[in-house]
Design a protein around this ligand. Structure first.
Ligand code: B12
Length: 218
């Protein structure tokens, strides 16, 4: 019974059925997550079910079998479930895997890809602090100050702004030398990440989650 409920939560997260207002009034992730917690299912297991749904859609996206709208819907469904889990996070009963401070580098206003990465990472059990677009080094520095031990994610979509990533890496490491970075965005690649001293590069949200899990375990 519990297994069925958890499997349903995963499936509905993947398909992006947020709540019973969608599709003929049958329950969505919102109602089923609430039901599971009310029935005493461990919050960790509910989180795992949400994460599984999100990771399946992330995998499909990486393979070109799911698209931006699928990711957005899945993230919306996951957020509906996460809202019921928030109290357990705040009480410390459910632990986050880590925190990611993420932003689009200064000079750059593109945020669609960065938002997808943020949603997917949050959906895999991380705390995400999204600084938005056109983020200057000082803003990254103050976020790192407020979230000790966080990983910093930087996005750039322009060949004219990708070099600003190096400025951010240097400025943040000037104050917090241990800070680890993950970068992404259409014009960058692993070679560029190596060149500017970033710890990781990923081409898509699924890759970002894998690399972040690798960063915290290494
Ligand atoms: C939408 C868009 C815009 C929108 C942005 C809206 C928004 N809210 O983001 C608007 C209209 C504002 C815009 C403006 C401009 N744009 Co524009 N834009 C695009 C467009 C069409 C799509 C970008 C996009 O969202 N892709 C979809 C997402 C899902 O993919 P993604 O961003 O690559 O992200 C994925 C990965 O890269 C990765 N990823 C992304 N970030 C991160 C971060 C981390 C940490 C990790 C691990 C991974 C990761 O994961 C994501 C999901 O898979 C592209 C062309 C294209 N087809 O890519 C041009 C494009 C990026 N733009 C371009 C240009 C030139 C501009 C302008 C300069 C145009 C102008 N003359 O004004 C301005 C610049 C404004 C500025 N200062 O930023 C050029 C860049 C050329 C270049 N090589 O530098 C492109 C390539 C178009 C072109 N062919 O010429 N743009």
């Amino acid at each position: 019974m519990e297994q069925d409920l958890l499997a349903k939560i995963s499936e509905l997260t993947e398909t992006g059925k947020v709540d019973n207002k969608i599709n003929k009034g049958s329950d969505g992730v919102d109602e089923l997550t609430k039901q599971a917690l009310n029935e005493g299912v461990e919050p960790e297991k509910v989180l795992d079910a949400l994460v599984l749904g999100m990771s399946i859609v992330g995998e499909k996206f990486a393979q070109g079998k799911a698209f931006v709208p699928n990711m957005l819907l899945a993230a919306k469904a996951m957020n509906a479930g996460m809202a019921h889990l928030k109290p357990f996070f705040s009480s410390g009963q459910v632990k986050r895997k880590g925190s990611l401070v993420i932003g689009t580098v200064f000079g750059d206003l593109h945020d669609i890809g960065k938002n997808l990465v943020a949603m997917m990472v949050e959906g895999s059990g991380w705390e995400v602090i999204d600084l938005g677009v056109d983020v200057k080094p000082e803003k990254f520095i103050s976020a790192v100050e407020q979230h000790p031990g966080c990983v910093v994610g930087i996005s750039a979509l322009l060949t004219t702004t990708m070099n600003n990533m190096e400025t951010v890496v240097k400025a943040v490491r000037g104050k917090y030398p241990e800070t680890r970075f993950i970068i992404g965005g259409a014009p960058v690649n692993q070679d560029f990440a190596d060149k500017i001293g970033a710890d990781a590069y990923a081409p898509n949200p699924k890759g970002a989650v894998d690399k972040l899990n690798w960063i915290v375990s290494s």
